[in-house]
Design a binder for this molecule. Structure first.
Ligand SMILES: *Cc1c(COP(=O)(O)O)cnc(C)c1O
Length: 334
């Protein structure tokens, strides 16, 4: 069952090899286990919280140095790379700002500096909307827990790649670390992938409808959705993806009180931190998913109390708009 799923994951990415792990975090642990003591890793600064924790607290104890930098700025990336840099880790788009990284430009710069493995965490878009290997990345990492499984009932991760040399190492790592998924979970994810295209098309369409609705609200300051022409990463996103999924954020004119009020008024949206499932979720990053980000970095990343993040599910878009209309009316009296 695991082999069947791994073959399917490789095929979807147009790749030669795929390895599955007991969680997305397990995949990250296994991929970073390719590094040796004395190696250096460069990561995008607003990387997923769990990844950040592993890189800040775990890797240094094993003698691996980590530098966090704004990878969208190629000069900063160039400066961060050292002689012993062996891996560059990025996500695109990031969370909760939906910052877009130009994968091809990043790979081109990194490869000029040596034999450095480029890993792209593709959890937010899936292979249906973005295939990083096509732009020269070495490893695509997944939390299959999110969109790839999409039913909020499995925790799993994966690494997908073309290099036989890296695959030989990961095969041994998978076997020896033992962070492997159960047969039943593999069966579940394999079945979920049969509807990936349908689900992603729906997430993509509904999230854009809602982003455009939000843009028209007087109490909305900005909508951070790469599918909107107003988004900084829109052009790069058009080049390297076939659209955006359901995760995006917006900023309103109120503060924490209004964020809380808005979320408490929802009847269809559920207040929760996860993402990528069939159900629409809403959360306040500053006090939930990104609570542990140090205040100066929070300010720099624009994670304020007026920022609300959505994961748009598979419901009827009209039901979601009605839910939003009602919540906005209750919160802002208009
Ligand atoms: C959830 C998530 C992870 C971690 O995956 P788990 O399956 O929860 O361990 C890693 N990266 C991103 C972008 C995620 O959203």
């Amino acid at each position: 069952m695991r082999d069947t799923l791994q073959e399917c994951l490789a095929a979807l990415e147009g790749a030669k090899y795929a390895f599955t792990f007991a969680s997305g975090q397990g995949a990250t642990t296994s991929i970073t286990s390719l590094l040796n003591k004395g190696d250096h890793l460069v990561s995008i600064d607003d990387v997923y919280g769990g990844t950040s924790r592993l890189m800040r607290e775990n890797l240094p104890r094993h003698g691996i140095d980590v530098t966090f930098t704004d990878i969208t700025d190629l000069d900063k990336l160039e400066n961060a790379i050292q002689d012993n840099t062996k891996m560059v880790w990025l996500e695109t788009p990031t969370n909760p700002n939906c910052t877009v990284v130009d994968i091809a430009a990043t790979v081109q710069l990194v490869k000029k500096r040596g034999d450095i493995i480029v890993v792209v965490d593709n959890t937010f878009l899936t292979c249906y909307l973005q295939r990083p290997l096509d732009f020269g990345a070495d490893i695509v990492m997944y939390s299959l827990t999110k969109y790839m499984n999409g039913h909020s009932d499995v925790v799993m991760g994966a690494a997908v790649l073309n290099s036989q040399e890296i695959a030989d190492k990961l095969r041994i790592i998978q076997k020896s670390l033992g962070i492997v998924p159960s047969t039943f979970d593999c069966y579940q994810v394999n079945r979920s992938l049969k509807t990936l295209s349908l689900r992603m098309e729906r997430h993509k369409a509904t999230s854009l409808v809602i982003a455009k609705w939000l843009q028209k609200q007087p109490n909305v300051i900005e909508v951070l959705h790469p599918g909107l022409t107003t988004h900084k990463g829109h052009e790069v996103s058009k080049r390297q993806t076939s659209g955006h999924s359901g995760v995006f954020s917006f900023r309103h004119t109120g503060g924490l009180e209004e964020s809380r009020k808005l979320l408490s008024c929802f009847k269809v949206f559920i207040l929760a931190e996860s993402l990528g499932g069939y159900e629409s979720l809403a959360e306040i990053p500053s006090i939930m998913t990104h609570k542990s980000v140090p205040p100066p970095q929070k300010a720099q990343l624009g994670i304020t109390d007026s920022l609300v993040r959505f994961s748009i599910g598979l419901e009827d878009p009209e039901d979601l708009i009605k839910d939003l209309e009602n919540a906005f009316k209750e919160t802002f009296n208009n």
